[in-house]
Design a protein around this ligand. Structure first.
Ligand SMILES: Cc1cc2nc3c(=O)[nH]c(=O)nc-3n(C[C@H](O)[C@H](O)[C@H](O)COP(=O)(O)OP(=O)(O)OC[C@H]3O[C@@H](n4cnc5c(N)ncnc54)[C@H](O)[C@@H]3O)c2cc1C
Length: 379
């Protein structure tokens, strides 16, 4: 029997999300991209609709759901046409899992419900000016002083960092290397915490990407997640879901680019016929559709294996790299098919071209994914 990944509840969620986005998101996306910000009220709207709590425990206010609910939701969200908006509204998706996996019951009750209700914004702060791929090299130092940690250091490129209410933050509590890394929840109002700036970017313009500083920032020791030195494991565990999610975003962006290109190629006339009248254009579209189908199917397969509890670290890395490569080619060809219009802001493919560039960098670069794969292949 052919395995079906999506059942009725997934399809209902997809339709509900689509209707909601048509009313609350799609009409405003261009404005948010231009303003480089979307209204904070969107979090509450998403929270009330149950979208922020998808897959989170019901006792914390969550909505039941599995990986395929998340995938259906993400695919629909990408169809809104702003990956920056998707990243901003979804920053809790990387900030909360370490709280769930490593936090005490008290920590979970304190941090999770307000975020999935849309009352508070959560972000994940790992990257530093001198430590990106090399996570084990982070230098933000947290020194225990009685019932508090004194935190000094800085973070960069933090999605939702400028307006997050709390940040799941990687800090160094011990010596050099990954064993010295811990995760500490830092609340935005804590004295000594500051937003140094909002980074202007090539794409993902609707999302805020913050540069943060901690100067003698005194954080309650009760905000430590798990044991001192256990942070690296939390970060690595989180990466699997984030990477799969980025792979799904990549195939969804590619699909959107393909659909926009097909519509355009069927109507745009050149030399007395539509662009689809040229074999070269048809073949471009065929290659796009073929590669997108394969990327999507592989992503679904890896998700299903993850749901079944298998270790898919290698396959997640393969899925991310493959889907990003497919996406890069798709958005390139989409702009090419649109000609000069593909370079104009009014055309969606122009944004998709910019928004997709970060997918092969964020959450672990293509090169880092290859290093992971090469270890499994024992190269
Ligand atoms: C829009 C945006 C949003 C982001 N959101 C977040 C967020 O919410 N939270 C967060 O913590 N971070 C976030 N990041 C940071 C992101 O995860 C890092 O940019 C990424 O991990 C790469 O780190 P880096 O930029 O320091 O590059 P580097 O690690 O300095 O890499 C530079 C180049 O060297 C290559 N390289 C590095 N090491 C190796 C190696 N061992 N072998 C081969 N090549 C290597 C890389 O692949 C890359 O090509 C975001 C970044 C952006 C741009």
């Amino acid at each position: 029997m052919v395995q079906q990944y999506f059942e009725e509840s997934h399809n209902i969620l997809r339709q509900t999300a689509r209707k909601f986005f048509e009313k609350e998101v799609i009409p405003y996306v261009n404005e948010w991209e231009d303003r480089e910000e979307f209204p904070r009220s969107l979090y509450k709207k998403f929270g009330d609709a149950g979208f922020l709590g998808l897959g989170y425990p019901e006792e914390l206010g969550g909505t039941p759901g599995d990986a395929f609910h998340m995938i259906a939701f993400t695919e629909e969200l990408v169809r809104c046409g702003s990956v920056g908006f998707a990243a901003g509204i979804g920053s809790h998706g990387i900030a909360l899992p370490p709280v769930l996996a490593m936090g005490t019951e008290e920590q979970k009750k304190r941090f999770v419900p307000p975020v999935i209700a849309g009352d508070k914004i959560a972000a994940l702060a790992i990257t530093e000016p001198d430590a990106g791929s090399d996570v084990a090299r982070i230098r933000t130092r947290a020194v225990r002083e009685g019932d508090r940690y004194r935190v000094n250091g800085s973070k960069i490129f933090i999605t939702s960092g400028c307006r997050a209410d709390f940040l799941t933050t990687a800090v160094r509590t011990g010596g050099e290397g990954y064993q010295g890394v811990s995760l500490l929840v830092i609340e935005a109002g804590t004295p000594g915490f500051g937003v140094a700036g909002k980074i202007r970017k090539m794409g993902w313009n609707a999302s805020d990407t913050g540069e943060l500083v901690f100067e003698d920032c005194r954080v309650p020791a009760a905000n430590l997640l798990g044991q001192e030195g256990a942070g690296f494991y939390g970060i690595m565990e989180n990466f699997q879901r984030e990477r799969l999610s980025l792979a799904v975003i990549a195939h969804a962006v590619a699909q959107l680019a393909y659909e926009e290109s097909l519509k355009y190629a069927q109507t745009r006339q050149a030399f007395g016929k539509p662009l689809t009248g040229f074999q070269v254009t048809r073949h471009k579209l065929v290659d796009m559709a073929t590669r997108i189908t394969i990327a999507r199917e592989f992503n679904y397969r890896v998700a299903a294996r993850m749901v079944a509890g298998e270790n898919v670290t290698t396959e997640v890395s393969m899925a991310k790299n493959f889907a990003c490569e497919v996406c890069d080619q798709a958005v390139y060809d989409a702009v090419q098919i649109h000609g000069g219009y593909g370079y104009a802001r009014e055309y969606l493919v122009e944004r998709l071209y910019r928004d997709s560039r970060i997918l092969s960098i964020g959450g672990g670069t293509t090169e880092i994914m290859k290093e992971i794969i090469s270890r499994t292949l024992k190269l």
